[in-house]
Design a protein around this ligand. Sequence first.
Ligand SMILES: [Zn+2]
Ligand SMILES: [Zn+2]
Length: 183
Amino acid sequence: MSVIPVFRYHPDPVGTGSAVLSDEVCTVCTRPAGFAYSGGTIFGKQAEVLCLRCIADGTAATALAHPDGPAQLTDVGRRVPADVPVAVLEEVSQRTPGFLGWQQEHWMYHCADAAAFLGPVGWDEVADLPDALQSLRADLGALGVDHEEADRQTRSMHRDGDVTGYLFRCLHCGVRLAYSDAS
Ligand SMILES: [Zn+2]
Ligand SMILES: [Zn+2]
């Protein structure tokens, strides 16, 4: 039986598609993986099969380290608020399953903390979430996308399409955050 470790910032890695049931052996710890990481390229050495336990306890970050430091499973992002502690950024990048986006993935933040990643989403999943919609438009706006085009991109989002949204929720105030990217 496989127990999924608790990830504060990625509560359901199987549901989001970042981990899959596996009967293979983890390359890092050589134990049966149980659930293997499927969240994309690791910034460091690659492991053929990586179990969630090795991500949770930091073994993977150490074992797969690149010359500049511990391996990272995700990019902390371009606009990390200054009030987010370094320890949080280390937990997100080194001990939390990442996810697979079209472009370089990045995390989102609120209330001086990293938010929890809820999964890839399409328009149907966010159409009734005004906070997520506001966040999507703000993110595109910050990239210089005008309002009309931002609206068009947001409405064309599909969980499995060429334009995908990535939904997060603040662990403190519950506000939903999201950004989108395209193939
Ligand atoms: Zn392992
Ligand atoms: Zn918040």
